[in-house]
Structures are given as structure tokens and as C-alpha cells.
Design a binder for this molecule. Structure first.
Ligand code: APR
Length: 256
């Protein structure tokens, strides 16, 4: 009886976890559509169905990036040229900033990134359920269900990059341009100089960091770029961005 009760409780919990993921995704999708009038053509139910098909019934460590191709093609969103903002190791501040200021848009400010931001999911071989717990960790495998999603979504976002593009990097870490990051390993490699005019790096610095735009890792970034692209780097004090986030009406410059 104990075994049966445990089984019932466990399978019920797992059923609920997939169910609540569906609710979260559909409700985020609807919220985004309400707040962005232009995107009313998207069908949130269909987005969920296409999303689920990418990983349900599969080994959670065997979901390649192309499993999400249909989802990416279902949520094609026109890029906002001159506003696209990439980032690495600055997740919190970059999103607090884009929430307050309209001058930039990160992947997580698009429908696709907004829906999935911070979520965990996976499937299981031989099961038609969706799980949100018990999934492998990010670094457990190459074809990790969630990692493949972000790699695929980031590739699409970078391929679409156009006009003057920006990136917010972290000046408080050893290598602001980290080779293993999504920004370095996926996004920069997909920048298309025929669509893009420039890349501006905003290096977020704090007193005593000792990091500047002369950092060797940023020289590596510059080397990776198509020479047709204009590159520039600006060091921005973290406190300046925080001021702007706290008092967007008075404490921001043109875009800070
Ligand atoms: N476990 C879970 N999630 C992780 C892990 C991990 N070990 N490592 C990275 N991530 C996810 C998290 O959501 C994290 O915030 O990737 C995000 C980005 O990680 P960073 O190392 O800070 O940056 P980077 O790898 O360069 O990716 C950022 O990718 O999301 C796109 O367009 C976006 O330019 C941005 C870039």
C-alpha cells in the first residue's frame, strides 16, 4: 500500500509539475502579447504544443539544438535593429536595466526569451510527460534539454542582429569575454557584418576592478569580429547603471 501511495503521490506531483509549466508558459505568452500589441498574431497554445514536441519522450541529455527549430520558426519576431543588447555574466543588472529603459532589447525581452527565462524542463524516454524537477544539471551533458534551447534561441537572436549592436559584459570577473559563454561561443560567431554596422561593448565596472576596455579578453573579442564591423568599448560604472535603474526619469543619460 505504501509503495502504491508513493507511486500515486510521485506521479501526481510530476503530472502537476508539467501542468504548471504549461500554465506558466501560456500565461507568460499572453502577458507578453498584451504588453506588445504588434505580436497579437501568436497563438500561445500552439507555441506550447510546438515547444513540447522538442523534448517530450526524449532522453533529457539527448535533445540537440535543432530539436527547437520548429519552435524558433513558430515564434519568428522581427529584430529591432540598433537596439539589440547581448550580455554575458551580467544577467541581473542587464534585465533590470532593459525593464526600466526602452533603448535596448535583450533576447529575454523578446517573446521567446521572455517565455522561457529562468525555467527548467525536460522529458523522459518512453514517457509523454513534462518534468520540471529531477532534470539533469546544465553541465551534465552536451545535448542538455534546456541548454540546447538557449543555444538555439541565442543563435537565432545573433543571426538576426542588425545595425548598431551592443553587449553588456562584466568587468568584475577575470575574463569579461569568456570563450565558453554563449555570447562568445555562439552569438559572436554568428554576427553578420552585412546586417550589422557596429558592436559596442559596455563593460560594467566597479571601483577596484582593475578591468578596462584594454582587457586582453576584449582584444580577443575584437579579433573575432569581421573587420567590416566597427568595434568600440565603453567602461560604465555599475553605480551609474544602478542609479539609472532606481531613478529612470532623472538619473539616466541618453541611454544610461
Ligand atoms: N546552469 C543553468 N543555467 C545556466 C548555466 C548553468 N550552469 N550557465 C548558464 N546558464 C544560463 C543561465 O540562464 C544564465 O543566466 O545561461 C545564462 C547566461 O549565462 P552567462 O554565462 O551569464 O552568459 P552567456 O553564456 O554569455 O549567455 C548570455 O546568451 O541568453 C543569451 O542573448 C543572451 O547574450 C546573452 C547570452
Amino acid at each position: 500500500i505504501l509503495a502504491i501511495s508513493l507511486w500515486v503521490a510521485f506521479s501526481h506531483k510530476q503530472y502537476n509539475s508539467g501542468d504548471s509549466l504549461k500554465e506558466t508558459i501560456i500565461s507568460r505568452c499572453q502577458t507578453f502579447i498584451q504588453n506588445n500589441r504588434t505580436s497579437s498574431a501568436y497563438d500561445c497554445q500552439k507555441i506550447w504544443t510546438v515547444f513540447e514536441q522538442a523534448f517530450v519522450g526524449k532522453d533529457p541529455c539527448n535533445v540537440p539544438t535543432d530539436a527547437y527549430d520548429s519552435l524558433i520558426n513558430t515564434i519568428i519576431q522581427d529584430p529591432i535593429c540598433n537596439k539589440m543588447l547581448f550580455w554575458s555574466k551580467t544577467k541581473h543588472i542587464v534585465h533590470e536595466f532593459t525593464e526600466k529603459r526602452n533603448c535596448f532589447q535583450t533576447l529575454e525581452d523578446t517573446l521567446l526569451g521572455y517565455i522561457m527565462d529562468g525555467l527548467t524542463w525536460c522529458g523522459k524516454e518512453g514517457s509523454n510527460e513534462t518534468f520540471t524537477t529531477g532534470c539533469p544539471s546544465w553541465n551534465d551533458c552536451v545535448n542538455h534539454t534546456v541548454k540546447s534551447f538557449w543555444n538555439r534561441a541565442s543563435a537565432a537572436f545573433a543571426e538576426a542582429a542588425c545595425g548598431d549592436v551592443s553587449a553588456m559584459l562584466n568587468g568584475s570577473i577575470a575574463t569579461p569575454f569568456t570563450p565558453t559563454s554563449i555570447f562568445a561561443s555562439i552569438e559572436v560567431k554568428r554576427f553578420n557584418a552585412d546586417k550589422m554596422r557596429s558592436l559596442t561593448v559596455f563593460l560594467v565596472t566597479q571601483e577596484n576592478d582593475g578591468k578596462s576596455c584594454d582587457d586582453p579578453s576584449l582584444k580577443n573579442l575584437q579579433k573575432e569580429l569581421d573587420p567590416k564591423l566597427k568595434y568600440s568599448c565603453v567602461s560604465v560604472a555599475k553605480s551609474t547603471i544602478q542609479e539609472c535603474i532606481s531613478h529612470p526619469d532623472t538619473a539616466c543619460g541618453a541611454c544610461w
